[in-house]
Design a protein around this ligand. Structure first.
Ligand SMILES: Cc1ncc(COP(=O)(O)O)c(C=O)c1O
Length: 385
């Protein structure tokens, strides 16, 4: 098989697998147990948290809250803030986000608005899929509490100007006595190719997910600066600083931190490799006279994602054909692909166009080889000519 759907999920790294095995079989105790084995589990969780803290350059380990997924982290960030401000401080907050966020941002916003707990505005993107900072600034109100903009788009790979947005927010916050604007980024698609240093990015909250970076599924985290208070969404014991109670998923937490360590070490090499794969793929498609257009501006995207428009066939036709050749790609977000809808991000970028219906997302990983891409090009040539 040829797997080119790494933006949907990645396989588990073998080193990670080796590392986590013992936490299923040997050191399996509950980290809350006071006995020796429990304390060994707790130590593994603490060390993993510390590792992630170091990698993302947070100040304190308790700024890392483990959750079950990026979806949960995004919900915790948005709803946690909204509930606190609405119910405790009796303020209906305003939130700004973009039209091309993942549903795990857009849906909580919709739900909260339907419950009359927040107001929100979504900013447009330019023709390259990048949010305009002035548009964000224009939308800011006195009660704007949160701005949430993703880092790397899962469909086009477009990188948002997180550093610049945070600089602009900082200037506004300097003029505010209280009710500072909190800046969150969903960085789920970023760590393979982009730096995720929270200080350099200037973010107050950040979502990262394990299964997009060769870690196990079922684990993610929310970075949240200590001075930011949120209401918890799940009530229970006092794990995760009482913000996200339930027995810690020790093997998954260990695996997540190990995976993040590995991708951080490999980042520069992989970025180069992915860029070279992407250029090679484009070159081969052109050499074979396949009719296609790129749905992004390469300079502005993470090289792990290449989204292409093929005018001759629909996304579904291409997907099904490639699938029959054991080539696995995607037409957009994996979680939406069963709904048979065109890509939402492309629908916003290219309104009134057939592009959203005729595009394929290729996403590259550590295992991707040029020979794989040669095979894909050959099949596409057969199918599209
Ligand atoms: C940018 C982004 N945010 C959030 C998610 C949600 O991840 P999960 O389904 O693992 O919760 C994804 C998954 O594709 C994503 O790409």
């Amino acid at each position: 098989m040829i797997y080119l759907d790494y933006a949907s999920t990645t396989p588990l790294n073998k080193t990670v697998m080796k590392e986590i095995k013992k936490y299923f079989y040997n050191i399996f105790a509950n980290p809350s147990s006071l006995h020796f084995l429990g304390q060994k589990s707790l130590k593994a969780v603490d060390e993993s948290r510390e590792k992630i803290k170091e990698i993302i350059n947070a100040d304190f380990p308790n700024e890392i809250i483990f959750t079950s997924s990026a979806t949960e982290s995004n919900n915790l960030a948005i709803k946690g803030l909204a509930f606190l401000y609405f119910f405790r401080f009796k303020i209906k907050p305003h939130i700004i986000s973009s039209k091309i966020e993942h549903p795990s941002i857009l849906e909580p916003l919709k739900d909260l608005k339907n419950l009359y707990l927040i107001d929100y505005d979504l900013v447009d993107v330019d023709k390259f899929g990048v949010v305009n900072i002035d548009d964000i600034l224009k939308k800011i109100r006195e009660n704007t509490l949160l701005i949430s903009i993703h880092y790397v788009n899962s469909e086009t790979g477009t990188i948002q100007p997180i550093y610049k947005i945070s600089e602009a927010i900082k200037i506004i916050n300097e003029k505010r006595k209280d009710f500072k604007i909190i800046f969150h980024t969903d960085a789920s698609q970023a760590p393979l190719t982009e730096e995720i240093d929270v200080k350099k990015l200037g973010v107050d909250m950040m979502t990262i997910s394990s299964h997009k970076i060769y870690g196990p599924k079922g684990i993610a985290c929310l970075f949240k600066k200590n001075n930011i208070l949120i209401e918890r969404l799940i009530s229970g014991s006092n794990q995760e600083f009482s913000i996200r109670p339930s027995t810690e998923a020790v093997p998954l937490i260990v695996g997540f931190s190990k995976a993040l360590e590995i991708v951080t070490r490999q980042r520069k090499i992989f970025r180069k490799k992915a860029d070279s794969l992407r250029r090679y793929f484009i070159k081969k498609l052109k050499e074979n006279k396949i009719n296609f257009e790129i749905n992004s501006e390469l300079k502005l995207t993470s090289p792990k994602i290449l989204n292409l428009f093929f005018p001759q066939k629909t996304s579904q036709e291409i997907l099904i054909y490639l699938d029959s050749k054991k080539i696995y790609v995607s037409s957009g977000m994996a979680c939406k692909s069963r709904s048979n809808q065109p890509s939402e991000v492309l629908s916003i970028l290219y309104p009134n166009s057939e592009r959203p219906f005729k595009s394929i997302r290729f996403s590259f990983g550590y295992e991707t080889k040029k020979e794989d891409l040669d095979k894909v090009v050959n099949y596409l040539k057969k199918f599209l000519h």
